[in-house]
Structures are given as structure tokens and as C-alpha cells.
Ligand binder design. Structure first.
Ligand SMILES: *Cc1c(COP(=O)(O)O)cnc(C)c1O
Length: 441
């Protein structure tokens, strides 16, 4: 059984303080996991996790990860600004972008970030818009074809827009070497949300073997191998969680088999995990506001796909726990006696957090926890239907809560229009602010 990281009573108290919907994050869980990642790769002195900022750009959360030595993996100018706002500079920042605008390269160069080139044509482009090639550089590899492991096909790199072919990679290393680069890295992202513990070790072996050939044939010194992201999390109750210790040990075996005999035992291992670092340690807290019975039973909640788009966008499964409400029973372990579609309010029929889901009986006013929204949750938010993005709240280790991002208001929505919301809209906003969730006076 999948349990939320808060109890019903805890959640009722939190929701009395912060109006639903909001994303809630578990500081204790984030810290324990970040420590486990650090320990799993402690055999490699140069190891560094560059947290994929796109997965969750909240500075309060990224600064927790910093306590464990994490840097930032950025892919846009704004993400670079977030890293900079956190005081990061230089090789604390990995810049893994694609289809990169000139401004972004210039900013990465100014910050001294490690630039991870997605394409060979980006090398002359970079020189044109950002200046001299930095001393430390990286290139992204795409082996094409299908990426298979013993347990089947994991993904289809040949069909993805990222990275360079192998001949391009060799050529890019020569070009960068000629232009003064001295420390080189290789990066590849071949599969997403992987299950089991074999993905990183298999990817590492491919990249280590490639690194040996690249160093021999181009004379470029390989300083690091970046395994990027892709380590999965157990979204479904019967999914086995990945064992980061076993993953770290698997990468170490490949290192000992391939790099050590080649005299390349000084290579640092880098990762850019997003989902694995924060995914399980966030949830979307929402309240049931309507029950609708037509040809199916629908529970309408006060969150929508603007707060969490993965179910609507990819049909992704997010587990839901019905918690109950202040003066009602704790439903968190109640038997699933009903079948519902859990819907948001967007005028899109795919705005559903769950379809035909067996759940305990839900009454309007009940709090629901939608699990595993710590990565690619708030981050993928948008403003369709004029819906405002929710707040983010951090549950600290001492049990207290801190607002780490306020909810958007119509002022935010109107800001880009150069006009202010007026009259009725403002009244509605004030009412919403007072309403604190379900009970609108
Ligand atoms: C998305 C992304 C990541 C993080 O992926 P996860 O699946 O969240 O671990 C890392 N690196 C790059 C370049 C990415 O695009």
C-alpha cells in the first residue's frame, strides 16, 4: 500500500492554514534520499549530481539538495537565473540545452557553466554568440536505434531529437580540442522513468567504452561522464522502487571493468536526476468540491491539469489517497468501494487525475492526496482557462510548514497584458483569498 508522508490530522491542520490546492513537499524524505544518492556514488571522488531544475525549479527545494553537494542542471536562461539566484557559479552548473537560443549560450558562458553541446552545429554558433569555447566542455551522444536491456526495449533514442551521432561526436571533440578545450565530458539520456537497477550501469558501460575510444582517437582528456536523468520512481503501488545503492554499485562495476584498465580511473561520474531526487517527496493536496453522477461517477476537485498535467498529457498514473475532512473519519486506509473519475475544472475532457479508479467513498470537502508530484508536477504548470497555478508548501523536519511559493493571483495573469484586473474580478479574488478552500462564505 502506498501511504502519504502526512497523516489525515496533519493534513487537515495544514489545509486549514494553506488553502487548497497546493503542492506539499517532505523535507525529511528529500534529505534522506539525497544522502542515499551521495553515499551510493561515494566510491567516485568526483561524483556530482546536477539536479535537473526543470523537474522542480523551486529554490527552497534546490537549496536543500545543495546541502548534499548537488549542483544544477539548467536548460534555459531562466533556469540559469535560478541557479545564479542560489549563488551557483561555474562548474556547479551544467547547461544541458537543445535548440539553444543565443541568449542562453551567452548567459551560460558568463556564469562559467559547463556547456553540454547538443549538436555539432552549436559549436560555431556558440563561438559567434557567446565567445571563446570554454576550457571544460561536454557533448551529448545519441546512439540511435533502440535502447534495449535484458528485460526489453527501454526507449527509442533513434527517434529523439537530442544529441549527436557517433561520427559527429568524434568530430565535435576534435573541433573543441582545436579551439582550446581541455577537459571533456560525454552525456547521454537514453530512457526516461526507468524501472529496475540496470539502466545507469548499462548506459555507463556504453559511455565508458565510447570514452576510451574518444580519448585514444582524438587526444581529448575525458574528465567526466554524465549519466543524465532517467532513474524512475514507483508511481504505482506495486512498482518496486529503484535501489540507488545497487545502481551505484552497478556503475562502479562498469567503471572497474572498462575505465580502470584503460588508465582512466580519474573520470568523475555526473548525474542529472530530477524525478528520482524529488518526485516521491511531493504531493498535490486538493479538495473534492463536487460529486457528479451521469453515465459515470465524477468527483470534481479544486486542482486541475494546470497543477499537474502528467495524467492529461501522457495518461500517467498518479496514485490517489482519500484522506477525509476535519470532522469526518480518517479515510486514508478505508476500503475502495467506489469507482470514480477524478476531474479538474478545465474545459478539456482529458483533465482527469484518474479514470475509473477504485477509491473509498468521497464526499465533497474531503482532502485528497495525489502522490509523486515532486518532479514534473508544479514545474509543468500553465494557465489554460485562466486558471492560476497553486502554492507550494514545505513540510519541515520539525513538522512545521512553510509557504515556499504563493499561489498565483489574477494580478500575475494580467501582468503580461499591461492592464490590471478590475471590479468583479478583484472581488472574486478577494473572496477566494478569504475562502480558504472549500467553504466559500
Ligand atoms: C529531463 C532531463 C533530466 C532529468 O530527467 P529525470 O527523468 O527527471 O531524471 C536530466 N537531464 C536532461 C538533459 C533532461 O532533459
Amino acid at each position: 500500500m502506498k501511504r502519504p508522508f502526512v497523516t489525515k490530522d496533519q493534513l487537515v491542520a495544514i489545509a486549514n492554514e494553506f488553502p487548497t490546492p497546493f503542492h506539499l513537499y517532505d523535507e525529511a524524505g528529500i534529505r534522506a534520499n539525497a544522502e542515499a544518492v551521495r553515499d551510493a556514488f561515494s566510491w567516485n571522488p568526483g561524483f556530482k549530481e546536477f539536479f535537473a531544475v526543470k523537474a522542480n525549479p523551486n529554490p527552497a527545494l534546490i537549496s536543500i539538495l545543495r546541502d548534499y553537494g548537488c549542483g544544477c542542471d539548467c536548460s534555459s536562461a531562466t533556469e540559469l537565473m535560478i541557479a545564479e539566484a542560489l549563488g551557483m557559479r561555474g562548474e556547479d552548473i551544467m547547461f544541458s540545452s537543445n535548440d539553444t537560443p543565443a541568449l542562453d549560450f551567452a548567459m551560460a558562458r558568463d556564469l562559467g557553466a559547463i556547456v553540454n553541446f547538443d549538436d555539432i552545429s552549436h559549436i560555431p554558433f556558440f563561438e559567434q554568440v557567446a565567445g571563446a569555447i570554454p576550457r571544460t566542455v561536454s557533448c551529448r551522444f545519441n546512439p540511435g536505434g533502440l535502447f534495449k536491456l535484458a528485460n526489453g526495449i527501454m526507449d527509442n533514442p533513434g527517434d529523439s531529437k537530442y544529441g549527436m551521432t557517433e561520427p559527429q561526436l568524434f568530430e565535435a571533440f576534435r573541433m573543441l580540442h582545436e579551439r582550446g578545450a581541455e577537459r571533456f565530458g560525454i552525456h547521454a539520456f537514453l530512457a526516461s522513468n526507468t524501472r529496475g537497477n540496470d539502466y545507469y550501469p548499462a548506459l555507463a558501460r556504453i559511455l565508458f567504452e565510447l570514452a576510451v575510444r574518444l580519448e585514444r582517437e582524438t587526444g581529448a582528456h575525458i574528465a567526466f561522464i554524465n549519466l543524465s536523468g532517467g532513474v524512475g520512481i514507483p508511481y504505482r503501488p506495486d512498482d518496486e522502487p529503484c535501489d540507488i545503492r545497487a545502481i551505484g554499485a552497478g556503475v562502479q562495476r562498469a567503471f572497474d571493468d572498462v575505465l580502470v584498465p584503460a588508465g582512466m580511473d580519474d573520470v568523475a561520474i555526473y548525474t542529472e536526476m530530477g524525478r528520482f531526487m524529488l518526485g516521491p517527496y511531493g504531493c498535490l493536496v486538493t479538495r473534492a468540491i463536487h460529486e457528479k453522477r451521469i453515465y459515470k461517477d465524477y468527483i470534481g476537485v479544486d486542482a486541475s491539469a494546470v497543477d499537474l498535467i502528467r495524467p492529461a498529457m501522457y495518461g500517467a498514473y498518479h496514485h490517489i489517497t482519500v484522506m477525509g475532512q476535519q470532522h469526518g473519519p480518517d479515510k486514508s486506509a478505508a476500503p475502495a468501494t467506489c469507482v470514480y473519475d477524478i476531474t479538474g475544472n478545465l474545459c478539456e475532457n482529458n483533465d482527469k487525475f484518474a479514470v475509473d479508479r477504485a477509491l473509498p467513498e468521497i464526499e465533497p470537502g474531503d482532502l485528497l492526496v495525489i502522490h509523486d508530484t515532486g518532479a514534473h508536477g508544479y514545474a509543468m504548470g500553465y494557465n489554460y482557462n485562466g486558471r492560476m497555478r497553486s502554492a507550494e508548501v514545505l513540510l519541515r523536519e520539525d513538522g512545521s510548514c512553510k509557504l515556499i511559493r504563493r499561489a498565483e493571483t489574477p494580478h500575475d495573469y494580467f501582468a503580461t497584458l499591461g492592464i490590471a484586473p478590475v471590479g468583479r474580478e478583484l472581488q472574486a479574488m478577494a473572496r477566494a483569498r478569504e475562502a480558504n478552500g472549500y467553504h466559500i462564505k
